[in-house]
Design a protein around this ligand. Sequence first.
Ligand SMILES: [Mg+2]
Length: 237
Amino acid sequence: MKRLLLFDVDGTLIETRGAGRRALRAAMLEVLGEAGMIEGHEFRGKTDPAIVRELLRGAGWDDRRIDAEMPAVWGPYLRELEAALATSELRPSPCPGVRVLLERLSENDRYALGLLTGNVEEGAERKLRAAGLAGRFAIGAFGSDSERRADLPRLAARRASRHLGREFHVEDAIVIGDTPEDVRCARACGSRAVAVATGGYDVEALRTYRPDVVLDDLSDTEAVLAALEAVASAVAS
Ligand SMILES: [Mg+2]
């Protein structure tokens, strides 16, 4: 059976250097005149719209006003993101081992490669392009699809079924990410979870959320492939 692998972006595929935060701050100030306490705000594991909502609630906005005004943020955000990603100090790079791992996985017809990320779709694409990882993923589910990360595995499986010419069940998907939220969204949908400690949460911290596997990073390609194989076989049994 072909397995759907759903990779998170920030902290999992790429090392981010603050381009997203800078772009969101500039866009929120431009469009809304308010970016709340964005400098110290925790972004990891959250969808872009959830981050904006938290920041605006913190600044005293009610949800009706947030819902009305948030859509206008994304155009300027993408423009600012493109500019930030073009600067040498903010350009993201692939996490260790990612480029080789993706090559190996794309040669293996047991796997289909997808994205599962809180980034808005175009933001994810721009970040991956800046890191030299464009065009590696057949499908994706994004923060622009739902503010709730837990909605995304099911959506990704539906999209994969529609676009890849065979049926994928969410229970067979393997979510790969760097935060407790990645593990939680997998569990919420009955998917498998592989946690990787490249986004600031260490192995011990991630283990407390009970992913199927925790990895230091993705640099040991053979070990990662073996771990994915083990998780995939556990699904089959
Ligand atoms: Mg992440």
